[in-house]
Structures are given as C-alpha cells and as structure tokens.
Design a protein around this ligand. Structure first.
Ligand code: FBP
Length: 294
C-alpha cells in the first residue's frame, strides 16, 4: 500500500475516533425513536440520525474522501475526490433502550459505490462498551485501540483471532432459520468447549469472537434469503477485519469479500465470520442440504 493511501485511511480512522466521544455523549438524550424509517424500512432512533449527520459532516469534509454513504440515508453523497466511505453510524442502536453494547462500523473503498470487497483499503469499528475501543484493519494488519477523549491509544498490535474457538452468537428468529443452519447451530452448541455469547449488536458480538475465538452468524432466513445485515456497511467491512485478523468469512458458500455487489447500496447478505475451521464446517453443512440458501 502506498504512503498516500495509508495516510488517508489513517486520517479517516482518526476522524471517526475523534467523533466517537461526541456520538457517545449524544446517546443519553436520544434513546427514543426518531419517528422516521431508514432506507431499509427500519425505525430510526434519534441517535442513528445524530451519529449519521455528525459523521457525514466530518468525513465528507476530508480532502481524501469522494463519497459518503450510510445505512441511514437513501442515496450516496458525492462529497469530493477520493475514497468512498461507508458507515453504519450506530450498529445495534436497538440496544440503546436496554443500555447494551453498540458501535460504529466504517468501510473505506478505492472505487465508487456500490463497491466490491476487493476495493476495500481499510475498515474499522468503534465499540461503545464499558469503555470505547476501536479495531482498525489496514494493510494486512488489525490493531486495537482504546479511544480516550477522541484519541486512539494502541492496546493490541497485530490482533490475531485465537486458534481455539470458544464463543458463538447467532442472530435472528430460530424458527426462521433454514434446517441446515439449525443443524450447524446444534452442532456448535453441543461442543463442550463452546459458550453462547450474544448481545444483539453485530459489532459487539463480532468483537467477542475476535477476542476469544469462535463464530458470529446472522444467517439467511426462510422468509429472507438475503438475511438482515447490509453488504456495503456491515458485511464487507466486518469480513475484511475478520479475514485480516486470520479468521474467515462466508455468506454460506464463499468469502463475503467475494460476494458480487449489486447496484443496490442497501443490499443485504447472510453474514458468518470467525475461525476458519467453523466457517469450513458451516459451508460443508450448507452445501449438503437441498434447502441451502445458495
Ligand atoms: P442496525 O445497524 O440498524 O442497528 O441493525 C444491525 C443490527 O442491529 C446488528 O447489529 C445486529 O446483529 C442485528 O441488527 C440485530 O437485529 P435483530 O435484533 O433484529 O435480530
């Protein structure tokens, strides 16, 4: 990766880190629904809209950013010349009411949006837990930072997914899972070394997997084969982070990074990320089934 690309990616990461205390400070007074829906038809929280507006203003203002897109706005914003940035401003915002984990997810693409997984030059997420942390993936390496007053302080250099999986979290309604995914879930759950850890915010659940080893899935459903999570804002960035940390990703049949994009900036994708052994097992069990979502 050339120096200019690296510098721009780091500037985007720094801008997101700088905005994060403001996003966090804006949460207590914005725990109510905004009264509007996002382009995917979900009720927006006032906090979703606030975080989106703040990030659009900050990231859109950077010299190296050409496009800004977010889960909370219908169209891609052309803001200048340079990389395209996708944002899920508050991933897991329904966790705001019960005061559970949530975060901000960012993808940086060297191509106009919608882009492909191969166009990613960096991805990151901020996690609002008891403390704010940030996981940044760029140039073949993932680093974890503590975010203090908007400044990133390195805590773990070159994060590597633990070899031995120990936690799992599977999203959605169990009766709507395909039988083959249910069979896989049963097998994971019956492994005495595996514990259920599920919090309802993708980024919190993925961070547990990155920390302890294991698997997170938000699968295809019998009534929604494309699953729930969005390819450009959630699927590609989280797959990039997990694969850079030595793990694997899948939409059920292939790496999420190889999923072919469509013209829909809000397209969805089944998401499975975690240890390679579990992703291989998952793909083999989905392959064997006649009602596999592929
Ligand atoms: P938002 O970005 O709109 O919050 O949606 C994403 C998400 O909250 C994920 O973080 C999480 O994995 C999933 O939706 C949970 O959704 P549900 O509670 O409907 O299963």
């Amino acid at each position: 990766m050339d120096g200019k690309t690296r510098a721009t990616v780091e500037e985007i990461f720094e801008t997101v880190a700088e905005a994060s205390p403001e996003i966090r400070a804006g949460l207590p007074s914005r725990r109510l629904k905004s009264g509007s829906e996002n382009p995917s038809g979900e009720k927006q929280m006032a906090a979703d809209v606030f975080a989106d507006d703040l990030l659009q203003a900050r990231l859109g203002n950077l010299d190296g950013v050409g496009q800004y897109a977010s889960e909370e706005r219908a169209e891609v914003d052309d803001v200048g010349e340079g990389f395209s940035v996708t944002v899920d401003p508050l991933d897991g915002s329904s966790n705001l009411k019960p005061n559970n984990t949530m975060g901000t997810v960012v993808g940086i693409y060297d191509a106009p949006l919608p882009a492909t997984g191969e166009d990613l030059v960096g991805a990151a997420y901020v996690l609002f837990g008891p403390v704010s942390t940030m996981m940044c993936a760029v140039d073949g390496q993932v680093d974890e930072y503590l975010v203090d007053n908007g400044v990133r302080n390195l805590v773990t250099e070159d994060v590597a997914l633990p070899d031995e999986p120990s936690v799992y979290g599977f999203g959605g309604r169990v009766p709507e899972w395909f039988d083959d995914f249910s069979a896989f879930a049963d097998e994971v759950a019956s492994d005495p070394s595996m514990k259920l850890r599920y919090g309802g915010a993708m980024i919190g659940d993925v961070n547990q997997v990155l920390t302890y080893g294991g698997i997170f899935s938000y699968p295809a459903f019998t009534n929604a084969r494309e699953g729930k999570l969005r390819l450009q804002y959630e699927g590609y960035p989280v797959a990039y982070i997990m694969e850079t940390a030595g793990g694997a990703s899948s939409d059920g049949t292939q790496s999420i990074l190889d999923v072919v994009k469509t013209d829909d900036i809000h397209a969805r994708v089944p998401v499975h990320v975690g240890n390679e052994s579990l992703i291989e097992k998952l793909e083999s069990m989905l392959d064997e089934s006649v009602d596999s979502p592929a």
